[in-house]
Structures are given as C-alpha cells and as structure tokens.
Design a protein around this ligand. Structure first.
Ligand code: 6AU
Length: 533
C-alpha cells in the first residue's frame, strides 16, 4: 500500500528509522534515526511514506509552506470543534476505535469551512484542466463542495441520494453535458463505498469521473478500492498525518499517538488482507496478484487486450510520437518513450499522450533511466520541462546510486499524488555492457525491498522466481540481430519461452516499419500465441 495517497508535510518531521510494521519506506535509513525517537514517532515516519515527506525535502518546503501552515491550523481547528475526537469509540462495524471523526459539525464554523474549502482548492492545482464540474458526496461533503465552488469559482453538480418519485426524477442536478469530467469531493474515506456509489450514479448519467479529493483518508483500504475502479484519490490529510500534526502541536500525548498508530497499522494490514485478488490472466507468466495497483493495472490491461507488448517510440517530434501512439494503441499494453528526445515537447504533448493512453487503454512508460543521487532524481522526476511524475505510469532507473535513488523517486511520486511503478534496469541488451551477475542479484534484492513501488525489471531473463517482480525485455526484433551501435536483438519466442520474461519491448521493429499498426498487431499476436503454445 504505497504512493496512492497524497498526504502533506508533517510538521517537525520525526526522525526516520527502521520499521517493519507499516511500509518499507524507512527500512534502509537506520543511519538517520534518532535514538530518542519513540515507537510512535517511528511509525509516523513510516506512515509519511505515503507522501508526507520522509526526507528533508527541501525542494518542496518553500512551495508547500502555505499549504502546510493551512493544514496545521485546520488540524487544530478540527480538534477544537470536536470534528476529530480521541478516546474509545464503538464504531457502526462493532470495532472499537481510538479516534472518531465527524466533520458535519464544521458547517457551524464559517472560518473552518473556509479553511477546508481553501485546502481542497490547493489540492485542485494538481488537477488543473482535468475536470469541468465538481460534485460533493452527500451529505457532509455537500457544503464543503459548495464552499469550494463559491471560493474557487467552480461549477458544481449535485448527486441525489434519493431520487424523487415526481417531477424530473433527475439523479444529477445542475448543468453538465455528456462526457463532462467531474471531480468528486468527499469528507472522509474509509472503504471508498460512498464515493463509488456517487461515481456509479454520475457515470450512469454520462459524466466522466476519474478523480476524487477527500479531506481525511482513514487509511483503511479506500484508496486502493477506488483505484481498482479507476478513481485516483487525493487527500488533504491522512489520519496518521493528522495525528502527527496534533502530536507536534502538543494536542495529543505520545502514549495516545502510539495507540492510535497501532490501530491504524492493524486496520491497514486488515484491509490489505481483504483486498480482492486481481484477475490476472492464467496465460501470462505470473498469475499472482500483488499489492501494487500499478502492477495490477498492467496485468489487467494485458489480459483484456491479450497483449504483452510495449512499443518503444524513439522518435523526435510530438507529431510522430502521437501518430505512432494512436496507430499502435489498440495492440499494446504499454507505450514507452524517451521524452528528452522529443524536440518540441510541451505540456500539451504529455496531455495528448495521456488522452491517447486513456482512449486505447495503455500505460505510459518514460524510459528516463534515472541514475543520480536521491536528492537530484526527485527534481529530475517532478520538475523541469518534462514533469515526468505528472503523466508517466512507469519509469525506470539504474540501481547504481543505491537505495537513496529509489527513496527519492518514491517520495516524489507520493508528492505527485499519482500511482507510478518503478522498473530497475538489472540487465541490458547492449553488447559489452558492464552489468554482471552480482550486480543483477543486488538489483533483485533492492527491488524486493522496494516493492510495491518497484514492480519489476528491465532485464533479459526472469529474475524473481515468484514472478511478483516482472521483467520487461528490450532488444526484440524478428528481422535483425542487432544494430551498428551494440544493440542486440532476440526473438519473442527466445525471450518468452527460454528466458521467461513477461513483457516485450519492441522499438524500431515496429515504429521503423512501413506500417507500425500492422507490425504492432503482428508482434502482439505472435507473443501472445507463444505464451499460449
Ligand atoms: O527495439 P529498439 O532497439 O529500437 O529499442 C529498444 C528500446 C530503446 C532503448 O532505449 C530501450 O529499449 N532499452 C532499454 C530500456 C527500455 O531500458 C534497456 C536496454 O538494455 N536496452 C534497450 O534497448 O528505447
């Protein structure tokens, strides 16, 4: 359960140290740990992996400072007005919880309502242009959405909970057209079921819904459940994040913090256990479901499209890139590119690529091969002209700088609020490359430690016998054995049958052919039939 939720900076970040009970984000940072860090602090640090900033992420501190101060104030306000309570509470489910959240009371406090709206609006900056209307989930989030609509000058629609048996019988009230993109606003997410109900109603009326923002994520599997239905979730607070903020404001005693974090960890683990198995095709080399939504999405696309083909589009203009993407789109599960060789790259390029990815249902893989220290890759991943973390689904990296690189990417990914999977380059297809068996074995170890953020490898053979970490193999072509610059090609049959790789990357064999669409279809069908043969 990583990187699916965007939380925010936790004030006075606790020292990082090892922690096996939550996420593996902190397990290689013993060197940074403070001997004085309490058990609760250690768990908070691990919880921070979801986007709160495990590191001293200096790049982002200045830009996020306003949001951080707003969050700190709101945490305090919510505590003071009794919207968040700590003690012993019996929940509807029968579970005894050490905290209770009821945000309905916020409507009686105009200043708090304004702060809530302002923080939702801050989150919205990451969605600019991605929606036409907002819709609050009835009832608690309705006034929140309304305040946002007024404060942010945003058109809103309302989804009825009960449909009237007279009058227009409309389910969705307000002005919208078929295909209008709607952003869901929710107050608290637990399992995600309330959001999904509204999503269902909106989609039935012809609205397009891909994203939701929630004020507080209780971290009990809602985010993953929503992702499974194609809804990306962003949260202003995660509960562990809110608890951390209140602890730092001295509003919660460390002992209570420990208890609450224990409860959250247990609930998180339980929601992991309950996660439904993804229906991974039996014909694909590995039929194991995982706790990586990115990996599961890839396998689900592969199954639906009967394709294990990734096309590499190493072209130099937006026009060529989009043209090939549109042509090969129906036949592939992944489109791989090198954004830095596109001469006229703009944000419009990534926007249109994403549209094509949605249209044809494929994932976008930026072949950036990060290879610097963590501090640098954070910026390379999220900033600059390409802003990779804002559009890519998969990226790759060399393992040579060590785990700090993975931590940096994971952190930047959490800040982006998007689900992105990492592939480590554990072997290369080029002649004379310097990778040896020991290096590859170390990559395997590092990838295992970084799962589920790290979902596999770029390699030439199966590396993880369990197949949980899959292999995408480049260097595939039928008509050539290699090029003048050291590239070496193998056939789909050799790589799939003899080497046990899971996905094939074909570049010039497809985009360099007379008819890329036809070539893609041929490679797709051939590789699929090799798997079934
Ligand atoms: O089929 P090609 O030779 O036209 O393209 C292969 C693509 C290129 C390479 O940059 C990439 O695959 N690649 C990689 C990757 C994906 O990381 C690693 C490697 O060892 N060999 C390789 O060719 O875009």
């Amino acid at each position: 359960m990583t990187h699916c939720v965007e939380g925010e900076l936790t004030p006075q970040r606790p020292a990082k140290t090892s922690c096996g009970d939550v996420a593996p984000c902190c397990d290689r940072n013993e060197g940074h740990s403070s001997p004085r860090a309490t058990q609760g602090e250690r768990r908070l640090a691990c919880g921070a992996e979801h986007g709160t900033g495990c590191e001293e992420d200096l790049f982002f501190v200045s830009t996020k400072r306003r949001r951080f101060l707003g969050m700190e104030q709101l945490a305090k306000d919510l505590f003071e007005i009794g919207a968040v309570k700590f003690g012993t509470f019996k929940l509807k489910s029968g579970i005894t919880s050490p905290f209770y959240v009821d945000l309905r009371v916020a409507v009686s406090y105009p200043r708090v309502l304004r702060s809530i709206a302002a923080l939702y609006l801050e989150c919205l900056q990451d969605f600019s242009g991605a929606f036409d209307v907002i819709c609050g989930v009835p009832y608690t989030a309705l006034p929140f959405a309304t305040a946002m609509a007024v404060q942010g000058d945003l058109p809103m629609v309302m989804c009825r909970k009960e449909v009237k048996d007279h009058g227009t019988r409309r389910v969705v009230e307000g002005a919208f057209t078929q295909g209008s993109r709607c952003l869901i606003i929710e107050d608290v997410v637990t399992s995600g079921s309330s959001i999904l109900e509204v999503v269902g109603a909106l989609r039935a009326e012809g609205l397009k819904v891909d994203h939701a923002i929630v004020l507080l994520d209780r971290e009990q599997g809602g985010c993953e459940a929503l992702l499974g239905q194609g809804i990306g979730l962003r949260s202003v607070f995660r509960i562990s994040n809110l608890v951390g903020t209140l602890r730092n404001l001295n509003l919660l005693e460390p002992g209570k913090v420990d208890m609450i974090l224990d409860f959250i960890c247990t609930a998180r683990a339980a929601s992991d256990v309950k996660r439904p198995e993804t229906n991974v095709p039996s014909a694909l080399p590995v039929a194991a479901s995982s706790s990586s939504p990115v990996r599961d999405q890839l396998y689900s696309i592969a199954e639906k499209k009967r394709s294990i083909l990734c096309v590499a589009t190493d072209v130099q203009s937006t026009k060529e890139l989009l043209g090939i993407a549109d042509a090969v789109g129906p036949h592939i599960c992944v489109l791989k590119l090198h954004a830095d060789i596109i001469q006229d790259w703009t944000t419009d390029t990534s926007r249109r690529l994403r549209e094509l990815a949605d249209k044809h249902s494929f994932m976008l893989f930026e072949d950036r091969k990060f290879a610097d220290i963590g501090n640098t890759v954070v910026a390379q991943f999220s900033a600059g002209v390409h802003r990779i973390s804002s559009w890519a689904d998969i990226v790759n990296a060399h393992a040579i700088p060590g785990p700090g690189l993975i931590e940096g990417l994971r952190h930047a990914c959490a800040i982006s609020g998007r689900m992105i999977g990492l592939l480590l380059v554990a072997q290369m297809s080029s002649k004379g490359n310097l990778i040896d068996e020991r290096y590859t074995a170390t990559c395997l170890r590092m990838a295992r430690e970084a799962f589920p953020f790290c979902i596999g490898f770029i390699a030439q053979e199966r590396l993880d016998p369990t197949g949980k970490l899959f292999v995408m193999a480049p260097g595939v072509q039928l008509d050539s054995k290699g090029d003048q610059l050291g590239q070496q090609y193998n056939s789909p049959e050799y790589l799939l049958k003899r080497k046990g790789v899971d996905f094939l990357i074909v570049g010039r064999g497809i985009y360099g052919s007379e008819e890329p669409a036809k070539a893609a279809q041929m490679y797709k069908e051939l590789s699929w039939s090799v798997l079934h043969g």
